[in-house]
Design a protein around this ligand. Structure first.
Ligand code: CO8
Length: 259
């Protein structure tokens, strides 16, 4: 597959996907959304890949959806564009392999929404976050009105969305939007270290844990625990569970095999 707006590199079992539309600060147009969808399918089926890191080239992670593309849209086209972005971001959220957003710079509008669809968010001390859509006459349309309140709470999400304020990495960390801040030149090394740590564990277990968390998150405790029980049970049919427990009891090192 050929990509114009994305670059894919692989290091052992880690895939690093870079947004590569530097001149427009990696703004998301329809073609780039299509490429992200294709890339997600490619990574899902790539048995060598355990963990995916997303980052941006240049000074932006993603500076939002492409304003020059959206400017001309009517109401129906706007709805279709929002739906397309939301569907692609849901694919990212539900990709069975863990995803890390290594946020190198601006993560605004659709860029902040993309980062929120990833499992873990790390940022450079230079990154900036925000949902500035109301200043353009629209609202966050790639599920930002839904994911932001879940991550930072209703009041802070409403404040950020209603004001369009742009916040620093420090503030993003203090409200729970990101988990770690690194110096710009240390961000990728730390993202890779985290990815490798995840990659060393039993991948079937990691993926079942992700499914259990995602599927149970919006359910009541009884239903969510029942979902968890199903995935917990599935782990016992794997070689990794047998080998992992045997190795612990025999005080040996384990080598996981399941992909
Ligand atoms: N869309 C299109 N082009 C962009 C975008 C964008 N979101 N952001 C930057 N660019 C372009 C600029 O137009 C400029 O192009 P050119 O060189 O041809 O003039 C180039 O990138 C560089 O940008 P700047 O010169 O502005 O760079 P600065 O360093 O001065 O400023 C900023 C950086 C502060 C990030 C500034 O570019 C900015 O404010 N960008 C827009 C940020 C924004 O408002 N983002 C939200 C967009 S709306 C959105 O994401 C909605 C998502 C849901 C959609 C639902 C659809 C219905």
């Amino acid at each position: 597959m050929n990509f114009k707006f994305l670059e894919l590199k692989k290091e052992e079992s880690i895939a690093i996907v870079s947004f590569n539309r530097e001149k427009a600060l990696n703004a998301l147009n329809s073609a780039m959304l299509d490429e992200i969808s294709d890339m997600t399918k490619l990574l899902k089926n790539d048995e060598e890949v355990n963990v995916v890191i997303f980052t941006g080239k240049g000074k932006a992670f993603i500076a939002g959806a492409d304003i020059s593309e959206m400017e001309k849209l009517n109401s129906f086209e706007g709805m279709a564009f929002g739906k397309k972005g939301s569907e692609v971001f849901t694919m990212i959220e539900n990709l069975e392999k863990p995803t890390i957003a290594a946020i190198n710079g601006y993560a605004l509008g659709g860029g902040c929404e993309f980062a929120m669809a990833c499992d873990i968010r790390l940022a450079s001390s230079k990154a900036k976050f925000g949902q500035p859509e109301v200043g353009l006459g629209i609202i966050p349309g790639f599920s930002g009105t839904q994911r932001l309140p879940k991550l930072v709470g209703l009041a802070k999400a409403k404040e950020l969305i209603f004001t369009g304020d742009i916040i620093s990495s420090e503030e993003a960390k203090s409200i729970g939007l990101i988990t770690y801040i690194y110096e710009a030149d240390e961000l990728m090394e730390n993202a890779k270290t985290l990815a490798k740590k995840i990659s060393k564990n039993a991948q079937l277990a990691v993926r079942n844990a992700k499914r259990s968390i995602n599927e149970g998150f919006n359910k009541d405790m009884v239903s969510a625990s029942s979902i968890e029980a199903t995935y917990f049970g599935m782990c016992f049919s794997s070689e990794d569970q047998k080998n992992g427990m045997k190795a612990f009891l025999n005080k040996e090192k384990v080598k996981f095999i399941t992909k």
